[in-house]
Design a protein around this ligand. Structure first.
Ligand SMILES: N[C@@H](CCC(=O)N[C@@H](CS)C(=O)NCC(=O)O)C(=O)O
Length: 223
Protein backbone atom coordinates (compact mmCIF):
# COMPACT_ATOMS: atom_id res chain seq x y z
CA UNK A 1 0.00 0.00 0.00
CA UNK A 2 1.09 3.57 -0.73
CA UNK A 3 1.55 5.60 2.51
CA UNK A 4 1.45 9.37 2.92
CA UNK A 5 3.05 10.89 6.01
CA UNK A 6 1.24 14.17 6.50
CA UNK A 7 -0.16 16.71 8.90
CA UNK A 8 -3.79 17.84 8.79
CA UNK A 9 -3.41 21.56 8.08
CA UNK A 10 -0.12 21.30 6.23
CA UNK A 11 -0.91 22.79 2.78
CA UNK A 12 1.93 20.84 1.15
CA UNK A 13 0.52 17.54 2.44
CA UNK A 14 -2.92 18.63 1.25
CA UNK A 15 -1.57 19.13 -2.28
CA UNK A 16 -0.40 15.53 -2.36
CA UNK A 17 -3.72 14.25 -0.98
CA UNK A 18 -5.61 16.12 -3.73
CA UNK A 19 -3.31 14.85 -6.50
CA UNK A 20 -3.67 11.24 -5.25
CA UNK A 21 -7.44 11.78 -5.31
CA UNK A 22 -7.41 13.24 -8.84
CA UNK A 23 -5.34 10.29 -10.04
CA UNK A 24 -7.59 7.82 -8.17
CA UNK A 25 -4.57 6.23 -6.48
CA UNK A 26 -5.34 4.42 -3.22
CA UNK A 27 -3.28 5.40 -0.18
CA UNK A 28 -3.27 5.37 3.58
CA UNK A 29 -2.30 8.31 5.76
CA UNK A 30 -0.05 8.50 8.79
CA UNK A 31 -0.11 11.70 10.85
CA UNK A 32 3.47 12.76 11.57
CA UNK A 33 4.10 15.07 14.51
CA UNK A 34 7.10 16.60 12.76
CA UNK A 35 8.18 18.63 15.79
CA UNK A 36 8.96 15.38 17.65
CA UNK A 37 11.71 14.64 15.11
CA UNK A 38 11.29 10.88 15.35
CA UNK A 39 14.49 9.15 14.21
CA UNK A 40 12.43 6.73 12.06
CA UNK A 41 10.86 9.69 10.24
CA UNK A 42 14.18 11.54 9.85
CA UNK A 43 15.52 8.36 8.25
CA UNK A 44 12.78 8.71 5.61
CA UNK A 45 13.29 12.46 5.10
CA UNK A 46 16.38 14.09 6.62
CA UNK A 47 14.67 17.48 6.14
CA UNK A 48 12.20 16.37 8.83
CA UNK A 49 9.24 17.72 6.83
CA UNK A 50 5.95 16.32 5.62
CA UNK A 51 4.77 15.35 3.05
CA UNK A 52 6.61 12.09 2.54
CA UNK A 53 5.22 9.40 0.27
CA UNK A 54 6.29 5.76 0.57
CA UNK A 55 5.45 3.80 -2.55
CA UNK A 56 4.21 0.18 -2.57
CA UNK A 57 7.72 -0.88 -3.70
CA UNK A 58 9.15 0.97 -0.63
CA UNK A 59 10.59 3.89 -2.66
CA UNK A 60 10.54 7.05 -0.53
CA UNK A 61 9.67 10.47 -1.99
CA UNK A 62 9.86 13.79 -0.18
CA UNK A 63 8.94 17.42 -0.99
CA UNK A 64 5.49 18.29 -2.36
CA UNK A 65 6.66 19.41 -5.81
CA UNK A 66 8.81 16.31 -6.31
CA UNK A 67 5.90 14.10 -5.24
CA UNK A 68 3.13 15.78 -7.24
CA UNK A 69 5.16 15.90 -10.48
CA UNK A 70 6.23 12.26 -9.94
CA UNK A 71 2.58 11.22 -9.53
CA UNK A 72 1.67 13.12 -12.70
CA UNK A 73 4.35 11.15 -14.57
CA UNK A 74 3.46 7.66 -13.30
CA UNK A 75 -0.30 8.21 -13.68
CA UNK A 76 -0.79 10.60 -16.63
CA UNK A 77 -4.62 10.74 -16.36
CA UNK A 78 -5.93 13.30 -15.73
CA UNK A 79 -2.94 15.45 -16.77
CA UNK A 80 -2.17 18.12 -14.17
CA UNK A 81 0.81 19.93 -15.72
CA UNK A 82 -0.41 20.88 -19.20
CA UNK A 83 1.14 19.66 -22.43
CA UNK A 84 2.52 22.91 -23.82
CA UNK A 85 5.90 24.06 -22.41
CA UNK A 86 4.55 27.59 -21.85
CA UNK A 87 1.56 26.26 -19.93
CA UNK A 88 3.87 24.04 -17.86
CA UNK A 89 6.01 27.07 -17.06
CA UNK A 90 2.89 28.96 -15.93
CA UNK A 91 1.73 26.02 -13.82
CA UNK A 92 5.15 25.91 -12.12
CA UNK A 93 5.20 29.69 -11.61
CA UNK A 94 1.83 29.61 -9.89
CA UNK A 95 2.66 26.56 -7.75
CA UNK A 96 5.74 28.53 -6.66
CA UNK A 97 3.57 31.60 -6.05
CA UNK A 98 1.29 29.74 -3.65
CA UNK A 99 3.91 27.52 -2.01
CA UNK A 100 6.42 30.31 -1.50
CA UNK A 101 4.80 33.77 -1.58
CA UNK A 102 1.25 32.97 -0.42
CA UNK A 103 2.62 30.57 2.18
CA UNK A 104 4.97 33.20 3.59
CA UNK A 105 2.38 36.02 3.48
CA UNK A 106 -0.73 34.15 4.57
CA UNK A 107 -0.65 30.42 5.44
CA UNK A 108 2.40 30.55 7.68
CA UNK A 109 1.15 33.66 9.45
CA UNK A 110 -2.54 32.77 9.93
CA UNK A 111 -2.49 28.94 10.21
CA UNK A 112 1.05 28.87 11.56
CA UNK A 113 0.51 31.40 14.32
CA UNK A 114 -3.01 30.34 15.30
CA UNK A 115 -2.83 26.54 15.13
CA UNK A 116 0.57 25.04 14.38
CA UNK A 117 2.39 27.02 17.06
CA UNK A 118 -0.16 25.81 19.63
CA UNK A 119 0.12 22.19 18.48
CA UNK A 120 3.88 22.35 18.71
CA UNK A 121 3.60 23.74 22.25
CA UNK A 122 5.98 26.51 21.21
CA UNK A 123 6.44 29.11 23.92
CA UNK A 124 4.50 32.38 23.62
CA UNK A 125 1.04 32.87 22.14
CA UNK A 126 0.24 33.82 18.56
CA UNK A 127 2.06 36.92 17.31
CA UNK A 128 -0.81 39.41 16.75
CA UNK A 129 1.38 41.65 14.58
CA UNK A 130 2.03 38.78 12.15
CA UNK A 131 -1.66 37.83 12.14
CA UNK A 132 -2.62 41.42 11.26
CA UNK A 133 -0.17 41.35 8.35
CA UNK A 134 -1.68 38.01 7.20
CA UNK A 135 -5.18 39.56 7.20
CA UNK A 136 -3.93 42.45 5.06
CA UNK A 137 -1.99 40.32 2.59
CA UNK A 138 -4.68 37.68 2.01
CA UNK A 139 -6.81 40.43 0.44
CA UNK A 140 -4.13 41.18 -2.17
CA UNK A 141 -3.79 37.48 -2.94
CA UNK A 142 -7.56 36.96 -3.32
CA UNK A 143 -7.67 39.96 -5.62
CA UNK A 144 -4.93 38.44 -7.81
CA UNK A 145 -6.65 35.04 -7.80
CA UNK A 146 -9.92 36.65 -8.94
CA UNK A 147 -8.06 38.61 -11.63
CA UNK A 148 -6.62 35.36 -12.99
CA UNK A 149 -9.96 33.51 -13.02
CA UNK A 150 -11.70 36.38 -14.79
CA UNK A 151 -9.25 35.88 -17.68
CA UNK A 152 -8.80 32.09 -17.64
CA UNK A 153 -11.04 29.13 -16.94
CA UNK A 154 -8.56 27.75 -14.37
CA UNK A 155 -5.59 29.49 -12.75
CA UNK A 156 -2.91 28.53 -15.28
CA UNK A 157 -5.14 28.37 -18.39
CA UNK A 158 -7.94 26.25 -19.83
CA UNK A 159 -7.31 23.15 -17.73
CA UNK A 160 -7.41 22.33 -14.04
CA UNK A 161 -3.79 21.89 -12.94
CA UNK A 162 -1.32 21.67 -10.07
CA UNK A 163 -1.65 25.47 -9.83
CA UNK A 164 -5.32 25.15 -8.79
CA UNK A 165 -4.38 22.33 -6.43
CA UNK A 166 -1.65 24.37 -4.72
CA UNK A 167 -3.94 27.39 -4.36
CA UNK A 168 -6.83 25.22 -3.13
CA UNK A 169 -4.62 23.43 -0.61
CA UNK A 170 -3.36 26.68 0.94
CA UNK A 171 -6.75 28.38 0.95
CA UNK A 172 -8.45 25.33 2.47
CA UNK A 173 -5.99 25.38 5.36
CA UNK A 174 -6.65 29.09 5.93
CA UNK A 175 -10.41 28.52 5.52
CA UNK A 176 -10.22 25.89 8.28
CA UNK A 177 -9.21 28.61 10.72
CA UNK A 178 -12.02 30.80 9.33
CA UNK A 179 -9.86 33.57 7.94
CA UNK A 180 -10.81 33.89 4.25
CA UNK A 181 -12.99 36.96 3.49
CA UNK A 182 -14.77 35.21 0.59
CA UNK A 183 -17.70 37.65 0.50
CA UNK A 184 -15.43 40.53 -0.57
CA UNK A 185 -13.90 38.56 -3.45
CA UNK A 186 -16.68 37.00 -5.56
CA UNK A 187 -14.46 35.85 -8.46
CA UNK A 188 -12.10 34.00 -6.09
CA UNK A 189 -15.12 32.58 -4.28
CA UNK A 190 -16.61 31.21 -7.53
CA UNK A 191 -13.32 29.51 -8.34
CA UNK A 192 -13.11 28.01 -4.81
CA UNK A 193 -16.70 26.73 -5.07
CA UNK A 194 -15.64 24.79 -8.19
CA UNK A 195 -12.58 23.43 -6.37
CA UNK A 196 -14.64 22.41 -3.35
CA UNK A 197 -17.06 20.37 -5.43
CA UNK A 198 -14.33 18.15 -6.93
CA UNK A 199 -14.37 14.59 -5.51
CA UNK A 200 -10.60 14.81 -4.88
CA UNK A 201 -11.20 17.72 -2.52
CA UNK A 202 -14.06 16.22 -0.51
CA UNK A 203 -11.94 14.18 1.95
CA UNK A 204 -10.17 17.39 3.04
CA UNK A 205 -13.53 18.92 3.91
CA UNK A 206 -14.21 16.16 6.45
CA UNK A 207 -10.99 16.83 8.38
CA UNK A 208 -11.56 17.63 12.06
CA UNK A 209 -8.61 18.47 14.25
CA UNK A 210 -9.15 17.38 17.85
CA UNK A 211 -9.97 20.47 19.92
CA UNK A 212 -9.97 22.77 16.86
CA UNK A 213 -13.26 22.37 14.97
CA UNK A 214 -13.58 24.11 11.58
CA UNK A 215 -16.17 26.90 11.07
CA UNK A 216 -19.59 25.78 9.77
CA UNK A 217 -18.96 27.05 6.21
CA UNK A 218 -15.71 25.04 5.86
CA UNK A 219 -17.36 21.93 4.40
CA UNK A 220 -20.38 23.73 2.91
CA UNK A 221 -20.40 23.68 -0.90
CA UNK A 222 -22.74 26.67 -0.88
CA UNK A 223 -20.70 28.87 1.47
N1 LIG B 1 8.98 22.85 0.60
C1 LIG B 1 8.45 21.75 1.37
C2 LIG B 1 7.81 22.35 2.60
C3 LIG B 1 7.17 21.33 3.50
C4 LIG B 1 6.88 21.93 4.88
O1 LIG B 1 7.16 23.10 5.15
N2 LIG B 1 6.30 21.11 5.75
C5 LIG B 1 6.07 21.55 7.12
C6 LIG B 1 4.62 21.28 7.52
S1 LIG B 1 3.49 22.20 6.49
C7 LIG B 1 6.95 20.73 8.04
O2 LIG B 1 6.97 19.53 7.95
N3 LIG B 1 7.69 21.41 8.92
C8 LIG B 1 8.55 20.73 9.85
C9 LIG B 1 9.18 21.65 10.83
O3 LIG B 1 8.97 22.85 10.72
O4 LIG B 1 9.88 21.15 11.69
C10 LIG B 1 7.43 21.00 0.51
O5 LIG B 1 6.88 21.60 -0.42
O6 LIG B 1 7.20 19.80 0.74
Amino acid sequence: MRTLYHHWLCPFSREVRIVLGEKKLAFEMVVERVWEQRPEFLALNPAGEVPVLVEPNSAVLAHSRAITEYLDEIQPEPPLMGGDPLVRAEVRRLVGWFDDTFNRDVTATLVGEKVIKRQMNRSGGPDSRLIRIGYQLIRQHLDYLGWLTERRRWLAGDSFSLADIAAGAHLSAVDYVGDVPWQDFPAAKDWYARIKSRPSFRPLLTDHLPGIPPPAHYADLDF
